[in-house]
Design a protein around this ligand. Structure first.
Ligand code: LMR
Length: 333
């Protein structure tokens, strides 16, 4: 027989055990989401939204750790880390999949191909977008969604109004052969460099200029070290949200379902703020006054288009003439 004290102790333990929710005993599943931009950008805010929703919908069974600003890994390293499972989730720029052997994503880098966010949806939400994400599977990666950033400006310490203005300038690019061909078509000297190194390279004159959407330019303070920028909108920069395939497929299906829901909603969120975030960054740089922003005249823009559109044909061997044709058809061109 139990005495009163023993019974009370046992009853208390049982009551505690009954009251405690099961997930509190199990260690949460940790998803490490690494990226290279500032938290205050479309991608940074999208990652934060995914964290909030994923943790909410799984009742804390999943914890998402977001590592911004290349804190964990730089551009190329982060893709390797994902394949090794050192991180679980990334959202690299579509211009950075070449070194992985999936250079077809460089389609998005073709100058003047995407001219609006509507154009983008026609590609990302259609067969081309789906097919491109599918190509990652063979690399041990699952592509889940596309997140927008925006249309790029070209910056340097001298005005860039016509292609002649680019002659001999060293321009930092992402690791895309299309972007390399683009800069060469303008007469510039392209230089591949990790995003985390760009500010210093501009400051010290290792490169003369670069291209980026305003949100990246502003949050990396590039406007402090670039005297001029052209609002050329000559190209697009956006992201594929990707996960380590084995990790993702190994998750309990009930948990994965909640994560899919969180991702679908954070995708809508990220894509709804991208345009406005870029407008706000541009306005803030104009107020800062360290960079002079140039609108191109119709003739100047025509000269850029004349020099840059042949890049489509020139680089069709790299991404596939059929893929380019399919994209033109989706865009109604
Ligand atoms: C860049 O390297 O310029 C961009 O890809 C950075 C980013 O992720 O937006």
């Amino acid at each position: 027989m139990l005495n009163r004290r023993q019974f009370a102790k046992l009853a208390g333990t049982a009551a505690l055990a009954a009251a405690a929710p099961l997930p509190a005993f199990a260690a949460p599943i940790v998803i490490k989401f690494s990226h290279v931009v500032a938290p205050d950008t479309p991608k940074g805010k999208g990652a934060q939204k995914f964290k909030e929703l994923a943790e909410k919908y799984t009742n804390g069974a999943v914890v998402v750790e977001v590592y911004p600003n290349s804190q964990l890994y730089k551009d190329k390293e982060e893709l390797e880390a994902l394949q090794l499972g050192a991180v679980h989730m990334l959202a690299p720029s579509l211009a950075k999949f070449g070194p992985l052997g999936v250079q077809e994503f460089e389609l998005f880098d073709l100058p003047y191909l995407m001219q609006s966010y509507d154009d983008l949806r026609k590609i990302t939400d259609g067969d081309v977008g789906k097919m491109l994400l599918g190509k990652l599977e063979a690399k041990g990666i699952k592509g889940l969604a596309y997140w927008d950033n925006g249309f790029k400006v070209m910056s340097a310490n001298s005005p860039l109004r016509t292609p002649d203005d680019f002659l001999g300038l060293k321009m930092r690019i992402q690791s895309s052969k299309i972007l390399e061909a683009q800069m060469q078509a303008l007469g510039a000297v392209p230089q591949v460099m990790a995003f985390s190194e760009v500010y210093q390279a501009l400051q010290t004159g290792v490169v003369d200029g670069t291209e980026n959407p305003p949100s990246n330019m502003y949050t990396q303070k590039m406007h402090e070290v670039q005297k001029h920028a052209s609002l050329s909108n000559h190209g697009y920069l956006g992201y594929a949200v990707i996960v380590n395939k084995a990790f993702w497929e190994g998750l309990d299906p009930a948990v994965r379902e909640q994560l899919d829901k969180a991702l679908a909603e954070s995708t809508v969120f990220a894509n709804s703020i991208a345009k406005e975030e870029n407008e706000k960054s541009l306005a803030a740089m104009k107020v800062a006054g360290t960079t002079e922003f140039h609108e191109l005249t119709a003739e100047e823009k025509a000269a850029w288009i004349e020099v840059l559109t042949p890049v489509h044909e020139k680089m069709s061997g790299r991404i596939g003439a059929d893929l380019i044709k399919q994209a033109y058809a989706a865009l109604g061109r």
